[in-house]
Design a protein around this ligand. Structure first.
Ligand code: ADP
Ligand code: MG
Ligand code: MG
Length: 341
């Protein structure tokens, strides 16, 4: 059996995707699959590499492949393969690629069109979480037109319903891109303008002082949930540059919390996955205060797969190796495809 790995992509997480793809490719190769690498450039060109039969030694090998431009990515439909879209953010994790693969009638790893789109969209996912009764921080959502027509009243809504510091986010993004923390009205306006560069829909959230805990979900209908992990940050809570740019954050797996708290986090993670109608995998992220109040932050339908990424690490600590995890994801993709036929 052949696994097609889509990686790179047009999002800000292009580099993370390459690292993830390297690990996923090797796990699939070790599992006895052949791997067809397809690199999507930042400009959106699809480049097909040589078919791989043996594990790669280093990430650079993935970049050193003879890559040939695919004039028509639709030609993928002619191959007997299962696709692993190791792509994060817009144009990868948001249902667009999933829709394309759906049209080609190919099995693929992870959530379908609707779940991917809902998981990526921070406003829609909040509405679904609300419906499922999941606790979350107070927020206000609006779009560019609403902001431009009546900025004053949106500022009032934010300040009337939320306490500073506020987190201002583009609805559709990842990796903290376009997100800023505002301490006052002036910064709020600035933060909204910044977020509007990335998306026309904006969410403003009340900032919270809390630990960030993450949990992994795996499955289609029969769901498994991992142990809970925590991001160990040595700076202030909102210093997310550390997490993504300097990569100085370490993980505590499993997190040292009372069992009743971790049970609740795991239960919420499963509910969140079901709320978006997810399939395959997701990493669900929470805020946990010092009083052990739990708030869901977001769901990521295609989390990172680098050797140090939280998703595979959570599974490793739950007793599932990286290779077995990749194998399970491939099997889940095939089962999901059959179920749709
Ligand atoms: P992304 O999808 O880009 O990861 P997040 O919503 O997870 O977006 O926000 C990125 C980071 O910003 C979080 O991991 C956290 O450190 C910080 N953050 C986001 N929202 C809040 C909030 N309401 N209160 C405190 N910190 C927040
Ligand atoms: Mg995210
Ligand atoms: Mg996040």
């Amino acid at each position: 059996m052949n696994v097609t790995i889509l990686y790179g992509g047009q999002s800000a997480e292009h580099e993370v995707s390459i690292l993830s793809a390297f690990n996923v490719a090797n796990a699939a190769l070790e599992g006895g699959y052949t791997v067809q690498p397809i690199f999507i450039t930042k400009e959106g060109q699809w480049l097909k590499g040589d078919l791989l039969n043996e594990p790669l030694n280093q990430v650079e090998d993935l970049e050193g492949l003879t890559l040939e431009r695919m004039a028509n990515p639709g030609e993928l439909a002619e191959v007997d393969t299962v696709v692993f879209p190791v792509l994060h953010g817009p144009n990868g994790e948001d249902g667009t690629i999933q829709g394309f693969l759906e049209v080609l009638n190919l099995p693929y790893v992870g959530s379908g069109v609707t779940a991917s789109a809902c998981g990526m969209d921070k406003i829609i996912s909040k509405q679904l979480f609300e419906k499922a009764g999941l606790p979350q921080v107070p927020y206000v959502a609006f779009n560019r037109r609403q902001w431009q027509e009546d900025q004053e009243s949106w500022i009032q809504k934010c300040e009337g319903n939320l306490l500073y510091p506020l987190f201002v986010k583009p609805a559709n993004m990842g990796s903290s891109v376009g997100i800023s923390c505002a301490e006052n009205q002036e910064e709020l306006i600035e933060a909204v303008l910044e977020a509007l560069i990335y998306d026309s829909r904006i969410v403003v959230e009340q900032g919270i002082t809390a630990d960030e805990c993450e949990v992994a979900v795996l499955g289609n209908d029969d769901l498994s949930v991992s142990v809970v992990g925590r991001l160990v940050k040595d700076a202030q809570f909102y210093d997310y540059d550390q997490k993504y740019i300097n990569n100085t954050v370490t993980m505590e797996i499993p997190v040292q919390l009372p069992e009743a708290v971790t049970d609740k986090i795991q239960k919420y993670a499963l509910q969140a996955f079901q709320a978006i109608d997810g399939s395959g995998l997701s990493r669900v992220d929470f805020f946990v205060t010092s009083n052990h109040d739990i708030y869901i932050n977001e769901i990521n339908t295609m989390p990172g797969f680098t050797k140090f990424s939280m998703y595979p690490e959570l599974w490793r600590h739950t007793g599932l190796s990286f290779r077995d995890l990749v194998e399970e994801l491939i099997q889940l993709a095939l089962r999901q495809h059959r179920a749709r036929q």
